[in-house]
Design a protein around this ligand. Structure first.
Ligand code: ATP
Ligand code: MG
Length: 338
């Protein structure tokens, strides 16, 4: 797991079209340009399109070949991209039901990914909170949630984070009926008997025992979720990440690290059908500048990890303010179950 901690990052977020795939590709390209060996994995099984974005029309191999065991070794399905140091594992189509691989197939995939020679592996996840998406997200030691300043995207991102938290906890306590009951009361929106926040859940867990409480708090500490706010159009929108962090800190007892923003970029938007060329020609644009800065943050997190400062430095707890209260009520009125 130590090895994976250094290199595996999942890129998710509840909503479609917020830029998960674009961010995965551009972040990978920025890291590759700065000399890192990067492998992108299109884990949006059933809706895979990362290869198209990367300028590959007809992938020679896809995850389908690996999951079906047409190819035994994952190395055999990695494709080059137009960018040096940047390689790609293409997603599978849904025709054979591969959008929901079996547990054994996922485990085989994870075991092979672990052994790959790369400095960074970025998993591009699909929209929504399906089991497969959550499995990939929870498996990756480092997680990124992409959102845009749109209210619906903020709600979905928060719902996605919340769902991953409770999905992970339900799994850890799957054999503990009393623990599961408490988790259910915290994740449900039903008024009676509800546990209002993760802080209160921790309190309730103390009753179960010190070990159970530690398992819960360890899980929260190791969830490692980072935020990227994409398509930002003005100063005010740059604050969205901090506001979401504040709400998560207060209600989910999670410290989210804000990795940075990506500005809305017309040059990028008009190049979207020829991203391969766009990246190959190392064209500069507002979004590329933002991505380079986010890539540097990732490398800093890695070097901190390597120099055994353990986890990345945790930002100071954000102070709740009026904006976060307004946002919170917006989030809570959106009844996305966790
Ligand atoms: N920073 C940006 N500036 C301008 N346009 C952007 C930016 N980021 C993304 N886009 C636009 O948003 C579109 C959707 O992006 P993308 O396909 O990455 O979303 P997604 O979250 O992966 O969606 P899905 O969940 O459907 O896979 C892109 O085709 C592009 O036109
Ligand atoms: Mg996508």
């Amino acid at each position: 797991m130590q090895e994976l901690k250094k290199k595996l990052w999942a890129v998710g977020g509840g909503k479609g079209g917020v830029g998960k795939s674009v961010v995965t590709l551009m972040l990978g390209a920025s890291l590759a340009r700065q000399g890192r060996k990067v492998i992108l994995v299109d884990a949006d099984l059933g809706g895979s399109n990362l290869h198209t974005l990367a300028g590959i029309k007809y992938p020679r191999h896809t995850l389908e070949d690996f999951l079906n065991r047409d190819r035994e070794n994952i190395e055999d399905i990695i494709l080059d991209t137009p960018v040096d140091n940047l390689r790609l594992i293409c997603g599978a189509d849904d025709i054979l039901g591969l959008a929901n691989p079996k547990y054994s197939q996922k485990m085989r995939l994870f075991n092979h990914l672990k052994r790959l020679d790369a400095d960074y592996m970025l998993l591009d996840l699909g929209a929504g909170i399906s089991y497969t998406t959550m499995d990939f997200f929870l498996y990756a030691p480092n997680k990124i949630v992409v959102l845009t300043p749109q209210a619906t995207s903020i709600q979905n991102a928060y719902g996605f984070i919340k769902a991953s938290l409770y999905r992970g906890l339900s799994r850890i306590f799957s054999k503990n009926a009393r623990g599961l009951d408490l988790i259910k009361r915290a994740s449900s929106y039903k008024e009676d008997d509800r546990i209002e926040s993760v802080e209160m859940l921790i309190e309730a867990f103390k009753m179960l025992g010190e070990e159970e409480k530690s398992m819960l708090t360890d899980f929260l500490e190791n969830l490692n979720i980072h935020l990227i706010v994409n398509m930002v159009r003005g100063k005010k929108e740059e604050e969205i990440g901090n506001i979401v962090s504040t709400v998560a800190e207060n209600y989910l007892s999670l410290t989210l690290e804000h990795l940075g923003i990506v500005k809305h970029d017309d040059v990028l938007a008009t190049s979207i059908n020829s991203m391969g060329r766009f990246l190959e020609e190392k064209r500069s644009s507002r979004a590329v500048t933002c991505m380079d800065s986010i890539a540097r943050s990732l490398m800093k997190i890695n070097s901190q990890f390597e120099s055994n400062l353990s986890a990345p430095s945790t930002p100071e707890a954000p102070v709740p303010n009026e904006d976060s209260k307004t946002l919170f009520s917006a989030i809570m009125t959106h009844r996305q179950h966790g």
